[in-house]
Write a protein that binds this ligand. Structure first.
Ligand code: GLU
Length: 563
Protein backbone atom coordinates (compact mmCIF):
# COMPACT_ATOMS: atom_id res chain seq x y z
CA UNK A 1 0.00 0.00 0.00
CA UNK A 2 2.81 2.38 0.94
CA UNK A 3 4.36 1.87 -2.46
CA UNK A 4 1.05 2.88 -4.07
CA UNK A 5 1.00 6.18 -2.25
CA UNK A 6 4.64 6.65 -3.04
CA UNK A 7 4.01 5.97 -6.69
CA UNK A 8 1.16 8.46 -6.79
CA UNK A 9 3.25 11.08 -5.03
CA UNK A 10 6.05 10.42 -7.47
CA UNK A 11 3.99 10.88 -10.62
CA UNK A 12 2.22 13.96 -9.29
CA UNK A 13 5.57 15.39 -8.18
CA UNK A 14 6.82 14.82 -11.71
CA UNK A 15 3.73 16.49 -13.10
CA UNK A 16 4.10 19.46 -10.79
CA UNK A 17 7.78 19.83 -11.67
CA UNK A 18 7.14 19.60 -15.42
CA UNK A 19 4.25 22.03 -15.19
CA UNK A 20 6.25 24.74 -13.45
CA UNK A 21 9.62 23.71 -14.79
CA UNK A 22 11.07 23.81 -11.30
CA UNK A 23 11.42 21.64 -8.24
CA UNK A 24 8.01 20.32 -7.16
CA UNK A 25 6.22 21.91 -4.20
CA UNK A 26 5.24 19.33 -1.65
CA UNK A 27 1.97 21.05 -0.60
CA UNK A 28 0.76 21.14 -4.18
CA UNK A 29 1.77 17.55 -4.77
CA UNK A 30 -0.10 16.36 -1.68
CA UNK A 31 -3.09 18.43 -2.76
CA UNK A 32 -3.09 16.85 -6.21
CA UNK A 33 -2.79 13.32 -4.85
CA UNK A 34 -5.59 13.76 -2.32
CA UNK A 35 -7.74 15.69 -4.75
CA UNK A 36 -7.58 12.89 -7.27
CA UNK A 37 -7.61 10.05 -4.77
CA UNK A 38 -10.15 10.91 -2.08
CA UNK A 39 -9.80 7.43 -0.64
CA UNK A 40 -6.39 8.47 0.69
CA UNK A 41 -7.65 11.46 2.63
CA UNK A 42 -7.93 9.56 5.86
CA UNK A 43 -4.24 8.63 5.51
CA UNK A 44 -3.05 12.17 5.12
CA UNK A 45 -0.61 11.73 8.00
CA UNK A 46 1.33 9.06 6.13
CA UNK A 47 1.29 11.09 2.96
CA UNK A 48 3.07 14.14 4.41
CA UNK A 49 6.41 12.56 5.32
CA UNK A 50 6.51 10.43 2.17
CA UNK A 51 5.89 13.50 0.05
CA UNK A 52 8.97 15.19 1.47
CA UNK A 53 11.18 12.30 0.36
CA UNK A 54 9.64 11.94 -3.05
CA UNK A 55 9.75 15.66 -3.77
CA UNK A 56 13.42 15.77 -2.85
CA UNK A 57 14.09 12.95 -5.28
CA UNK A 58 12.33 14.71 -8.15
CA UNK A 59 13.93 18.04 -7.23
CA UNK A 60 17.39 16.85 -8.21
CA UNK A 61 16.35 15.46 -11.61
CA UNK A 62 16.98 17.39 -14.79
CA UNK A 63 13.99 18.80 -16.67
CA UNK A 64 14.06 16.44 -19.67
CA UNK A 65 14.47 13.49 -17.35
CA UNK A 66 11.31 14.48 -15.41
CA UNK A 67 9.35 14.79 -18.63
CA UNK A 68 10.61 11.46 -19.94
CA UNK A 69 9.68 9.67 -16.72
CA UNK A 70 6.24 11.27 -16.60
CA UNK A 71 5.63 10.28 -20.23
CA UNK A 72 6.59 6.73 -19.37
CA UNK A 73 4.82 6.34 -16.01
CA UNK A 74 1.73 8.49 -16.39
CA UNK A 75 1.22 9.82 -19.91
CA UNK A 76 -2.26 11.02 -18.96
CA UNK A 77 -0.80 13.41 -16.40
CA UNK A 78 1.51 14.80 -19.04
CA UNK A 79 -1.30 15.38 -21.50
CA UNK A 80 -3.40 17.00 -18.76
CA UNK A 81 -0.85 19.77 -18.72
CA UNK A 82 -1.74 20.83 -22.23
CA UNK A 83 -5.48 20.88 -21.49
CA UNK A 84 -7.33 23.98 -20.42
CA UNK A 85 -7.11 24.52 -16.70
CA UNK A 86 -9.69 23.00 -14.43
CA UNK A 87 -11.19 26.12 -12.93
CA UNK A 88 -12.25 24.44 -9.75
CA UNK A 89 -8.59 24.32 -8.72
CA UNK A 90 -8.15 28.05 -8.99
CA UNK A 91 -8.73 29.22 -5.43
CA UNK A 92 -5.71 30.52 -3.54
CA UNK A 93 -3.72 28.14 -1.38
CA UNK A 94 -4.26 28.17 2.39
CA UNK A 95 -1.39 28.50 4.81
CA UNK A 96 -0.47 25.79 7.26
CA UNK A 97 -2.02 22.85 5.49
CA UNK A 98 0.79 20.34 6.00
CA UNK A 99 -0.79 17.28 7.58
CA UNK A 100 -4.24 18.10 6.24
CA UNK A 101 -6.96 20.39 7.54
CA UNK A 102 -9.93 20.23 9.87
CA UNK A 103 -12.65 22.65 8.89
CA UNK A 104 -16.27 23.17 9.77
CA UNK A 105 -19.59 24.34 8.48
CA UNK A 106 -21.58 25.81 11.34
CA UNK A 107 -25.15 26.73 10.46
CA UNK A 108 -27.83 27.75 12.94
CA UNK A 109 -30.92 25.57 12.59
CA UNK A 110 -33.31 28.48 12.24
CA UNK A 111 -34.45 27.63 8.72
CA UNK A 112 -33.24 25.83 5.63
CA UNK A 113 -29.94 26.77 4.00
CA UNK A 114 -29.83 29.55 1.42
CA UNK A 115 -27.30 30.78 -1.11
CA UNK A 116 -25.47 32.78 1.55
CA UNK A 117 -24.83 29.58 3.51
CA UNK A 118 -23.79 27.82 0.35
CA UNK A 119 -20.76 30.05 0.06
CA UNK A 120 -19.39 29.11 3.49
CA UNK A 121 -20.39 25.48 3.04
CA UNK A 122 -18.76 25.06 -0.36
CA UNK A 123 -15.57 27.05 0.23
CA UNK A 124 -14.77 25.07 3.36
CA UNK A 125 -15.67 21.83 1.57
CA UNK A 126 -13.45 22.80 -1.33
CA UNK A 127 -10.38 23.12 0.87
CA UNK A 128 -11.03 19.93 2.80
CA UNK A 129 -11.20 18.13 -0.54
CA UNK A 130 -8.09 19.88 -1.74
CA UNK A 131 -5.89 19.24 1.29
CA UNK A 132 -7.54 16.22 2.85
CA UNK A 133 -8.75 15.99 6.42
CA UNK A 134 -12.03 16.29 8.25
CA UNK A 135 -15.10 18.37 7.61
CA UNK A 136 -17.22 18.91 10.69
CA UNK A 137 -20.87 19.88 10.48
CA UNK A 138 -21.53 21.79 13.66
CA UNK A 139 -25.16 22.59 14.33
CA UNK A 140 -25.09 25.85 16.29
CA UNK A 141 -28.29 25.61 18.25
CA UNK A 142 -27.50 27.32 21.53
CA UNK A 143 -30.10 30.05 21.15
CA UNK A 144 -33.47 28.47 21.97
CA UNK A 145 -35.25 31.44 20.43
CA UNK A 146 -33.66 30.91 17.07
CA UNK A 147 -34.13 27.16 16.80
CA UNK A 148 -36.79 25.88 14.45
CA UNK A 149 -37.16 22.17 15.24
CA UNK A 150 -38.00 21.48 11.58
CA UNK A 151 -34.76 23.10 10.47
CA UNK A 152 -32.57 20.24 11.75
CA UNK A 153 -33.97 17.98 9.08
CA UNK A 154 -34.02 20.68 6.42
CA UNK A 155 -30.37 21.55 7.01
CA UNK A 156 -29.48 17.87 6.76
CA UNK A 157 -31.34 17.54 3.45
CA UNK A 158 -29.76 20.71 2.08
CA UNK A 159 -26.28 19.49 2.96
CA UNK A 160 -26.96 16.21 1.26
CA UNK A 161 -28.20 18.05 -1.82
CA UNK A 162 -25.06 20.19 -1.89
CA UNK A 163 -22.96 17.05 -1.68
CA UNK A 164 -20.71 18.29 1.11
CA UNK A 165 -18.06 15.80 2.24
CA UNK A 166 -19.05 15.97 5.91
CA UNK A 167 -17.05 13.56 8.09
CA UNK A 168 -18.32 14.46 11.58
CA UNK A 169 -21.55 15.93 12.92
CA UNK A 170 -21.89 17.67 16.28
CA UNK A 171 -24.83 19.42 17.89
CA UNK A 172 -23.93 22.19 20.27
CA UNK A 173 -27.05 21.48 22.30
CA UNK A 174 -25.46 18.11 23.19
CA UNK A 175 -22.41 19.90 24.55
CA UNK A 176 -23.84 22.25 27.16
CA UNK A 177 -21.97 20.50 30.00
CA UNK A 178 -18.73 20.97 28.10
CA UNK A 179 -19.34 24.70 27.84
CA UNK A 180 -20.25 24.87 31.51
CA UNK A 181 -16.95 23.20 32.43
CA UNK A 182 -14.89 25.54 30.30
CA UNK A 183 -16.80 28.51 31.59
CA UNK A 184 -15.87 27.50 35.09
CA UNK A 185 -12.23 27.14 34.04
CA UNK A 186 -12.29 30.56 32.45
CA UNK A 187 -13.67 32.06 35.65
CA UNK A 188 -10.95 30.27 37.64
CA UNK A 189 -8.33 31.80 35.38
CA UNK A 190 -9.80 35.22 36.02
CA UNK A 191 -10.83 35.40 32.39
CA UNK A 192 -14.52 35.83 33.10
CA UNK A 193 -16.86 37.12 35.77
CA UNK A 194 -20.54 36.91 36.52
CA UNK A 195 -22.25 40.21 35.96
CA UNK A 196 -25.59 40.93 37.63
CA UNK A 197 -25.90 44.52 36.47
CA UNK A 198 -28.83 45.84 34.53
CA UNK A 199 -27.97 45.31 30.85
CA UNK A 200 -28.69 48.91 29.84
CA UNK A 201 -26.59 50.26 32.64
CA UNK A 202 -23.74 47.94 31.75
CA UNK A 203 -23.93 49.12 28.15
CA UNK A 204 -23.62 52.76 29.11
CA UNK A 205 -20.68 52.01 31.40
CA UNK A 206 -19.04 50.04 28.63
CA UNK A 207 -19.39 52.89 26.17
CA UNK A 208 -17.66 55.09 28.77
CA UNK A 209 -14.90 52.45 29.08
CA UNK A 210 -15.93 52.01 32.71
CA UNK A 211 -15.97 48.77 34.69
CA UNK A 212 -19.12 47.67 36.44
CA UNK A 213 -18.83 46.67 40.12
CA UNK A 214 -19.03 42.95 39.27
CA UNK A 215 -15.71 43.14 37.50
CA UNK A 216 -14.00 43.43 40.92
CA UNK A 217 -15.51 40.25 42.39
CA UNK A 218 -13.06 37.59 43.48
CA UNK A 219 -12.79 34.29 41.65
CA UNK A 220 -14.60 32.60 44.52
CA UNK A 221 -17.42 35.09 44.41
CA UNK A 222 -17.73 34.55 40.66
CA UNK A 223 -17.70 30.78 41.03
CA UNK A 224 -20.46 30.98 43.58
CA UNK A 225 -22.57 33.21 41.36
CA UNK A 226 -21.93 30.89 38.41
CA UNK A 227 -23.13 27.94 40.45
CA UNK A 228 -26.24 29.90 41.33
CA UNK A 229 -26.82 30.60 37.65
CA UNK A 230 -26.63 26.87 36.95
CA UNK A 231 -28.92 26.15 39.88
CA UNK A 232 -31.62 28.31 38.39
CA UNK A 233 -31.49 31.04 41.03
CA UNK A 234 -31.46 33.86 38.50
CA UNK A 235 -34.05 34.74 35.95
CA UNK A 236 -33.39 35.59 32.40
CA UNK A 237 -31.50 38.86 32.03
CA UNK A 238 -30.48 38.96 35.71
CA UNK A 239 -27.05 37.39 35.40
CA UNK A 240 -24.58 36.85 32.61
CA UNK A 241 -21.01 35.62 32.39
CA UNK A 242 -18.73 38.17 30.78
CA UNK A 243 -15.32 37.57 29.28
CA UNK A 244 -12.85 40.00 30.78
CA UNK A 245 -11.31 41.68 27.75
CA UNK A 246 -10.04 45.22 27.54
CA UNK A 247 -12.42 47.97 28.58
CA UNK A 248 -10.29 50.54 26.82
CA UNK A 249 -10.40 48.65 23.54
CA UNK A 250 -11.25 51.17 20.79
CA UNK A 251 -14.00 48.87 19.50
CA UNK A 252 -16.81 48.75 22.09
CA UNK A 253 -17.82 45.36 20.66
CA UNK A 254 -14.62 43.91 22.13
CA UNK A 255 -15.27 45.14 25.65
CA UNK A 256 -16.31 42.46 28.19
CA UNK A 257 -18.78 40.65 25.97
CA UNK A 258 -21.24 38.01 27.21
CA UNK A 259 -20.29 34.36 27.12
CA UNK A 260 -23.16 32.72 29.00
CA UNK A 261 -26.70 33.75 29.64
CA UNK A 262 -29.99 32.51 30.98
CA UNK A 263 -32.94 31.71 28.75
CA UNK A 264 -36.07 30.56 30.58
CA UNK A 265 -38.43 30.45 27.64
CA UNK A 266 -38.87 28.93 25.21
CA UNK A 267 -37.56 25.53 26.25
CA UNK A 268 -34.86 24.20 23.94
CA UNK A 269 -36.30 21.36 21.83
CA UNK A 270 -33.19 19.23 22.31
CA UNK A 271 -32.28 20.30 25.85
CA UNK A 272 -35.62 20.72 27.54
CA UNK A 273 -34.34 21.40 31.06
CA UNK A 274 -31.46 23.70 30.24
CA UNK A 275 -31.68 27.36 31.17
CA UNK A 276 -28.04 28.42 30.84
CA UNK A 277 -26.76 28.75 27.29
CA UNK A 278 -23.46 29.87 25.80
CA UNK A 279 -23.49 32.78 23.39
CA UNK A 280 -21.98 32.20 19.99
CA UNK A 281 -18.51 33.57 20.66
CA UNK A 282 -17.99 31.29 23.62
CA UNK A 283 -19.30 28.04 22.16
CA UNK A 284 -17.61 28.69 18.81
CA UNK A 285 -14.21 29.33 20.39
CA UNK A 286 -14.44 26.33 22.72
CA UNK A 287 -15.56 24.05 19.92
CA UNK A 288 -13.11 25.31 17.35
CA UNK A 289 -10.42 24.33 19.83
CA UNK A 290 -11.87 21.04 21.06
CA UNK A 291 -12.71 19.85 17.57
CA UNK A 292 -9.23 20.70 16.37
CA UNK A 293 -10.37 23.15 13.70
CA UNK A 294 -7.31 24.31 11.75
CA UNK A 295 -8.86 26.82 9.34
CA UNK A 296 -12.02 28.89 9.46
CA UNK A 297 -13.44 30.48 6.34
CA UNK A 298 -16.33 32.78 7.12
CA UNK A 299 -17.79 36.12 6.12
CA UNK A 300 -16.44 39.53 6.98
CA UNK A 301 -19.45 40.00 9.26
CA UNK A 302 -17.60 37.67 11.65
CA UNK A 303 -14.44 39.79 11.90
CA UNK A 304 -15.47 41.25 15.26
CA UNK A 305 -16.33 37.76 16.46
CA UNK A 306 -12.87 36.58 15.50
CA UNK A 307 -11.49 39.35 17.70
CA UNK A 308 -13.72 38.33 20.59
CA UNK A 309 -12.93 34.66 20.20
CA UNK A 310 -9.20 35.33 20.29
CA UNK A 311 -9.50 36.43 23.93
CA UNK A 312 -10.67 32.96 24.85
CA UNK A 313 -7.87 31.32 22.91
CA UNK A 314 -5.40 33.60 24.65
CA UNK A 315 -6.70 32.86 28.15
CA UNK A 316 -6.39 29.14 27.59
CA UNK A 317 -3.12 29.50 25.65
CA UNK A 318 -4.62 27.60 22.75
CA UNK A 319 -3.42 27.99 19.20
CA UNK A 320 -6.27 29.56 17.26
CA UNK A 321 -7.29 28.36 13.81
CA UNK A 322 -6.19 30.38 10.80
CA UNK A 323 -9.09 32.68 9.91
CA UNK A 324 -10.14 33.94 6.48
CA UNK A 325 -12.99 36.39 6.04
CA UNK A 326 -14.62 36.81 2.67
CA UNK A 327 -16.51 39.95 1.61
CA UNK A 328 -20.22 40.49 1.69
CA UNK A 329 -22.32 39.07 -1.10
CA UNK A 330 -25.50 40.80 -2.19
CA UNK A 331 -28.06 38.50 -3.77
CA UNK A 332 -30.71 40.33 -5.73
CA UNK A 333 -34.18 39.22 -6.66
CA UNK A 334 -34.83 36.72 -3.88
CA UNK A 335 -35.70 36.85 -0.20
CA UNK A 336 -32.96 35.59 2.12
CA UNK A 337 -33.85 36.74 5.60
CA UNK A 338 -35.10 33.75 7.54
CA UNK A 339 -37.57 35.84 9.51
CA UNK A 340 -39.12 37.45 6.40
CA UNK A 341 -39.34 34.06 4.75
CA UNK A 342 -40.99 32.55 7.79
CA UNK A 343 -43.43 35.44 8.10
CA UNK A 344 -44.26 35.28 4.37
CA UNK A 345 -44.92 31.55 4.57
CA UNK A 346 -47.11 32.03 7.60
CA UNK A 347 -49.18 34.73 5.95
CA UNK A 348 -49.50 32.81 2.68
CA UNK A 349 -47.38 35.15 0.53
CA UNK A 350 -45.00 32.25 -0.15
CA UNK A 351 -46.08 28.67 -0.74
CA UNK A 352 -43.34 27.25 1.50
CA UNK A 353 -39.56 27.21 2.02
CA UNK A 354 -39.18 26.18 -1.62
CA UNK A 355 -41.22 29.06 -3.02
CA UNK A 356 -39.38 30.26 -6.10
CA UNK A 357 -39.15 33.82 -4.81
CA UNK A 358 -36.86 32.67 -2.01
CA UNK A 359 -33.10 32.22 -2.14
CA UNK A 360 -33.16 28.91 -0.29
CA UNK A 361 -31.34 25.98 -1.80
CA UNK A 362 -34.58 24.04 -1.93
CA UNK A 363 -36.18 26.84 -3.95
CA UNK A 364 -33.45 26.86 -6.56
CA UNK A 365 -33.34 23.07 -6.59
CA UNK A 366 -37.05 23.06 -7.36
CA UNK A 367 -36.31 25.16 -10.42
CA UNK A 368 -33.79 22.64 -11.68
CA UNK A 369 -30.58 24.35 -10.61
CA UNK A 370 -28.04 21.61 -10.01
CA UNK A 371 -25.84 21.51 -6.90
CA UNK A 372 -22.74 21.25 -9.10
CA UNK A 373 -23.68 24.57 -10.69
CA UNK A 374 -23.97 26.18 -7.27
CA UNK A 375 -20.56 24.79 -6.42
CA UNK A 376 -19.01 26.16 -9.60
CA UNK A 377 -20.63 29.54 -9.09
CA UNK A 378 -19.40 29.75 -5.50
CA UNK A 379 -15.87 28.69 -6.39
CA UNK A 380 -15.89 31.35 -9.11
CA UNK A 381 -16.85 33.93 -6.50
CA UNK A 382 -14.08 32.65 -4.26
CA UNK A 383 -13.15 34.19 -0.95
CA UNK A 384 -12.07 37.66 -1.90
CA UNK A 385 -12.54 40.36 0.70
CA UNK A 386 -14.22 42.75 -1.70
CA UNK A 387 -17.99 42.98 -1.43
CA UNK A 388 -19.69 41.60 -4.51
CA UNK A 389 -23.07 40.88 -5.99
CA UNK A 390 -24.00 37.29 -6.63
CA UNK A 391 -24.17 36.64 -10.34
CA UNK A 392 -27.32 34.77 -11.28
CA UNK A 393 -26.10 34.87 -14.89
CA UNK A 394 -23.04 32.87 -13.94
CA UNK A 395 -25.07 30.38 -11.94
CA UNK A 396 -27.40 29.95 -14.90
CA UNK A 397 -24.51 29.58 -17.33
CA UNK A 398 -22.92 26.92 -15.12
CA UNK A 399 -26.25 25.18 -14.77
CA UNK A 400 -26.89 25.24 -18.49
CA UNK A 401 -23.59 23.55 -19.14
CA UNK A 402 -24.67 20.71 -16.87
CA UNK A 403 -28.30 20.29 -17.88
CA UNK A 404 -28.16 21.10 -21.58
CA UNK A 405 -26.68 17.72 -22.53
CA UNK A 406 -29.26 15.90 -20.40
CA UNK A 407 -32.51 17.81 -20.86
CA UNK A 408 -34.99 16.41 -23.36
CA UNK A 409 -36.61 18.92 -25.69
CA UNK A 410 -40.34 19.47 -25.82
CA UNK A 411 -42.81 22.00 -27.05
CA UNK A 412 -44.62 24.17 -24.58
CA UNK A 413 -47.07 26.67 -26.02
CA UNK A 414 -47.75 29.56 -23.63
CA UNK A 415 -50.91 31.63 -23.97
CA UNK A 416 -52.03 29.54 -26.93
CA UNK A 417 -54.60 30.06 -29.64
CA UNK A 418 -56.06 27.14 -31.51
CA UNK A 419 -56.08 27.59 -35.28
CA UNK A 420 -56.70 25.57 -38.44
CA UNK A 421 -54.03 25.61 -41.12
CA UNK A 422 -56.00 25.57 -44.39
CA UNK A 423 -54.88 23.07 -46.96
CA UNK A 424 -52.45 21.30 -44.60
CA UNK A 425 -52.03 17.59 -45.25
CA UNK A 426 -52.11 15.19 -42.32
CA UNK A 427 -48.54 15.28 -41.20
CA UNK A 428 -46.35 13.39 -38.83
CA UNK A 429 -43.62 15.55 -37.31
CA UNK A 430 -40.62 13.80 -35.89
CA UNK A 431 -38.78 16.04 -33.51
CA UNK A 432 -35.58 14.97 -31.80
CA UNK A 433 -35.71 14.45 -28.07
CA UNK A 434 -32.18 15.82 -28.02
CA UNK A 435 -30.36 17.32 -30.98
CA UNK A 436 -26.99 16.25 -29.61
CA UNK A 437 -27.98 12.66 -28.92
CA UNK A 438 -29.81 11.05 -31.81
CA UNK A 439 -29.95 7.74 -29.98
CA UNK A 440 -32.56 9.14 -27.64
CA UNK A 441 -34.99 9.08 -30.51
CA UNK A 442 -37.86 11.29 -31.50
CA UNK A 443 -41.21 12.55 -30.32
CA UNK A 444 -43.85 11.96 -32.93
CA UNK A 445 -46.49 14.66 -33.27
CA UNK A 446 -49.32 13.94 -35.68
CA UNK A 447 -51.48 16.81 -36.89
CA UNK A 448 -54.37 17.21 -39.31
CA UNK A 449 -53.83 20.97 -39.49
CA UNK A 450 -55.51 21.93 -36.24
CA UNK A 451 -52.73 23.28 -34.08
CA UNK A 452 -52.04 25.31 -30.98
CA UNK A 453 -49.68 28.25 -31.42
CA UNK A 454 -48.27 30.85 -29.03
CA UNK A 455 -50.37 33.86 -29.87
CA UNK A 456 -47.61 36.35 -29.17
CA UNK A 457 -45.31 34.68 -31.71
CA UNK A 458 -47.60 34.97 -34.73
CA UNK A 459 -48.73 38.52 -33.94
CA UNK A 460 -48.27 40.69 -37.05
CA UNK A 461 -46.41 37.97 -39.02
CA UNK A 462 -46.89 37.05 -42.69
CA UNK A 463 -45.24 33.67 -42.35
CA UNK A 464 -44.04 31.39 -39.58
CA UNK A 465 -42.46 27.99 -39.69
CA UNK A 466 -43.76 25.42 -37.25
CA UNK A 467 -40.65 23.70 -35.99
CA UNK A 468 -39.98 20.26 -37.50
CA UNK A 469 -43.28 20.57 -39.43
CA UNK A 470 -44.01 23.05 -42.24
CA UNK A 471 -44.40 26.69 -43.18
CA UNK A 472 -47.60 28.58 -42.59
CA UNK A 473 -48.72 31.70 -44.44
CA UNK A 474 -50.70 34.15 -42.32
CA UNK A 475 -53.04 36.80 -43.62
CA UNK A 476 -54.72 39.21 -41.32
CA UNK A 477 -58.35 40.17 -41.49
CA UNK A 478 -58.65 42.97 -39.00
CA UNK A 479 -57.19 41.30 -35.92
CA UNK A 480 -58.09 37.80 -37.10
CA UNK A 481 -55.34 35.58 -38.51
CA UNK A 482 -56.02 33.20 -41.41
CA UNK A 483 -53.47 30.47 -41.71
CA UNK A 484 -52.70 28.38 -44.76
CA UNK A 485 -50.24 25.67 -45.62
CA UNK A 486 -47.11 27.02 -47.35
CA UNK A 487 -45.04 23.90 -48.01
CA UNK A 488 -42.14 22.32 -46.21
CA UNK A 489 -39.14 24.06 -47.73
CA UNK A 490 -36.91 25.55 -45.06
CA UNK A 491 -35.45 27.96 -47.67
CA UNK A 492 -38.86 29.59 -48.15
CA UNK A 493 -39.11 30.26 -44.44
CA UNK A 494 -35.60 31.63 -44.40
CA UNK A 495 -36.21 33.88 -47.39
CA UNK A 496 -39.28 35.36 -45.79
CA UNK A 497 -37.51 35.68 -42.44
CA UNK A 498 -40.23 33.57 -40.88
CA UNK A 499 -39.56 32.80 -37.23
CA UNK A 500 -39.47 29.13 -36.32
CA UNK A 501 -41.98 28.62 -33.56
CA UNK A 502 -43.17 25.80 -31.34
CA UNK A 503 -46.63 24.31 -31.71
CA UNK A 504 -48.80 21.40 -30.59
CA UNK A 505 -51.38 19.24 -32.31
CA UNK A 506 -54.76 20.48 -31.06
CA UNK A 507 -55.79 16.95 -30.15
CA UNK A 508 -52.61 15.77 -28.42
CA UNK A 509 -51.62 18.13 -25.65
CA UNK A 510 -51.79 18.45 -21.90
CA UNK A 511 -52.27 21.59 -19.85
CA UNK A 512 -49.12 22.93 -18.26
CA UNK A 513 -48.46 25.76 -15.82
CA UNK A 514 -44.99 27.23 -16.04
CA UNK A 515 -44.21 28.85 -12.71
CA UNK A 516 -41.76 31.72 -13.07
CA UNK A 517 -40.52 34.36 -10.64
CA UNK A 518 -42.59 36.89 -12.59
CA UNK A 519 -45.79 34.90 -12.32
CA UNK A 520 -47.44 31.78 -13.69
CA UNK A 521 -47.71 31.19 -17.43
CA UNK A 522 -50.57 28.96 -18.54
CA UNK A 523 -50.22 26.85 -21.64
CA UNK A 524 -50.00 23.35 -23.02
CA UNK A 525 -47.17 20.92 -23.54
CA UNK A 526 -46.53 17.57 -25.16
CA UNK A 527 -48.09 14.59 -23.33
CA UNK A 528 -44.64 12.96 -22.96
CA UNK A 529 -43.64 15.70 -20.53
CA UNK A 530 -45.80 13.99 -17.92
CA UNK A 531 -43.15 11.26 -17.82
CA UNK A 532 -40.41 13.72 -16.86
CA UNK A 533 -41.43 14.50 -13.29
CA UNK A 534 -38.29 15.34 -11.31
CA UNK A 535 -36.24 16.01 -14.45
CA UNK A 536 -35.22 19.18 -16.17
CA UNK A 537 -36.44 19.60 -19.75
CA UNK A 538 -35.95 22.29 -22.31
CA UNK A 539 -39.14 23.85 -23.58
CA UNK A 540 -37.98 24.86 -27.04
CA UNK A 541 -37.67 28.61 -27.46
CA UNK A 542 -38.86 29.15 -23.89
CA UNK A 543 -36.10 27.82 -21.69
CA UNK A 544 -35.17 25.13 -19.20
CA UNK A 545 -37.67 24.06 -16.61
CA UNK A 546 -37.93 21.38 -13.98
CA UNK A 547 -41.03 19.26 -14.16
CA UNK A 548 -42.29 19.33 -10.63
CA UNK A 549 -45.49 17.33 -10.66
CA UNK A 550 -48.50 16.14 -12.58
CA UNK A 551 -51.71 16.97 -10.75
CA UNK A 552 -54.57 14.51 -10.33
CA UNK A 553 -56.48 16.17 -13.14
CA UNK A 554 -53.49 15.70 -15.48
CA UNK A 555 -51.95 19.17 -15.44
CA UNK A 556 -48.17 19.55 -15.52
CA UNK A 557 -46.52 21.88 -13.02
CA UNK A 558 -43.20 23.14 -14.36
CA UNK A 559 -40.75 25.51 -12.66
CA UNK A 560 -38.75 27.82 -14.88
CA UNK A 561 -34.98 27.69 -14.42
CA UNK A 562 -33.47 30.00 -17.03
CA UNK A 563 -33.24 30.41 -20.78
N1 GLU B 1 -23.28 29.82 13.31
C1 GLU B 1 -22.64 30.98 12.77
C2 GLU B 1 -23.45 31.54 11.63
O1 GLU B 1 -24.18 30.82 10.97
C3 GLU B 1 -21.30 30.65 12.15
C4 GLU B 1 -20.24 30.74 13.12
C5 GLU B 1 -18.89 30.76 12.47
O2 GLU B 1 -18.73 30.51 11.25
O3 GLU B 1 -17.98 31.01 13.21
O4 GLU B 1 -23.34 32.72 11.39
Amino acid sequence: MTTDIEHLLFIYALQNAVKHDSAPKSGAVIGAVLGNHPELRSRVREVGPLAGRVVAEVAVMAGPERRRLLEELAPELLSELSQPRDRSRDLPALEGVEGGVVMRFAPNPSGPLHLGHARAAILNDYYVRRYGGRYVLRIEDTDPRRVDPAAYEMVREDIEWLGLGITDVVYQSDRLEIYYDWCQKLIELGGAYVCVCDAEWFRSLKLEKQACPCRDQTVDENLELWQRMLDGEFYEGHATVRVRTDLTHPDPAMRDYSAMRIVNTPAHPRALDATVFPLMNFSVAIDDHLLGITHVIRGKDHIANTGRQRYIFNYFRWKPPIYYHYGRMGISGVVLSTSSMREGIRSGVYTGWDDLHLGTLRAIARRGIQPEAVREAVVDIGMGETDITFSWENLYAQNKEIIDPKANRYFFVPDPIEVVVEGAPVHEARALLHPGDLARGVRTLITDGRVLLPEADIEGRGMVRLKDLYNVRITWDGGIPHLSYAGEALEDARRERAPIIQWLPANAKIPCTLHTQDGDVEGFCEPLVAGEVGSVVQFERVGFARIDAVTDDGRVDAFFAHR
